[in-house]
Ligand binder design. Structure first.
Ligand code: ATP
Ligand code: MG
Length: 229
């Protein structure tokens, strides 16, 4: 597919209002992310961070402005190309009532059991393999996961999918400092060369990001790097 290698993102004067809402969630947002750049998105709750990532998955289309991947309008990319281009860790992770294996295969249908187990170890979820291994039943009628386990399951899914554009919505939310450190190290290692947009609440761990944007009330207010902010 055309986005197989690397992906640059251009968000150009985008405004977006959710259906039936009086106020827009994004107002005239412009942002260019070069292929391979790592961008962190900060800002207060409700300022539009998740909405911005959601528009990049085409969960919604903006009413104004345009978004391009590698110079191609997002609205003109077919669904398969778009899915192959992006790995997503959503803010609200969905656990399927299915085996641990199937919960992971969803992101990477052709992964082997060994690849799945290795990835679970890398995100620190090897404990989930203890009872029935990859056959463990999750979700309704089975094992529920803690908030932090869910986030790491979502990270495992995103890394198994291994797309050139990573959209990470608070991937370390709810993790203790030590686990957060491990996850950020892992992400830094596996996202080298990939384009990353990561929503986070903390400046900690962002030293190696190329740029940090701060959003406020649906707009980008500041743009800098770790040293500048
Ligand atoms: P947080 O840090 O709490 O995750 P955020 O910056 O990600 O916040 P968004 O989720 O993008 O914020 O929300 C931006 C605005 O859009 C908020 O005012 C929110 O209430 C509203 N909003 C979000 N999702 C929807 C939706 N599905 N329908 C209507 N309004 C929504
Ligand atoms: Mg959010």
């Amino acid at each position: 597919p055309e986005t197989h290698g690397q992906v640059s993102v251009a968000i150009n004067r985008v405004s977006f209002t959710y259906p039936k809402q009086p106020q827009s969630a994004l107002k005239d947002v412009t942002l260019a992310v070069k292929a391979g750049q790592h961008v962190a998105i900060l800002g207060r709750t409700g300022c539009g961070k998740s909405t911005l990532l959601q528009l990049l998955t085409r969960a919604w289309d903006p009413q104004q402005g345009e978004i391009q991947f590698n110079g191609k309008l997002l609205s003109e990319l077919d669904e398969n190309t778009l899915r192959a281009a992006t790995s997503v860790v959503p803010q609200r992770v969905h656990l399927f009532s299915a085996t641990l294996r199937d919960n992971l295969l969803l992101a990477a249908p052709s992964a082997s059991d060994e690849q799945l187990s290795t990835m679970l170890e890398r995100v620190g979820l090897e404990k989930l393999l203890l009872d029935a291994g990859l056959n463990s039943w999750l979700g309704e009628g089975g094992r529920q996961l803690s908030g932090g386990e869910l986030r790491r399951l979502a990270i495992a899914r995103a890394l198994l999918h291994d797309a050139p554009l990573m959209l990470l919505d608070e991937p370390t939310e709810g993790l203790d400092a030590e686990t957060e450190r491990q996850v950020l190290d892992l992400l830094a290692e596996v996202t080298a060369g990939k384009t990353v947009l990561m929503v986070t609440h903390r400046l900690r761990g962002l030293m190696n990001f190329d740029s940090i944007i701060v959003m406020d009330n649906g707009q980008i207010k500041e743009l800098g790097n770790h040293a500048e902010l």
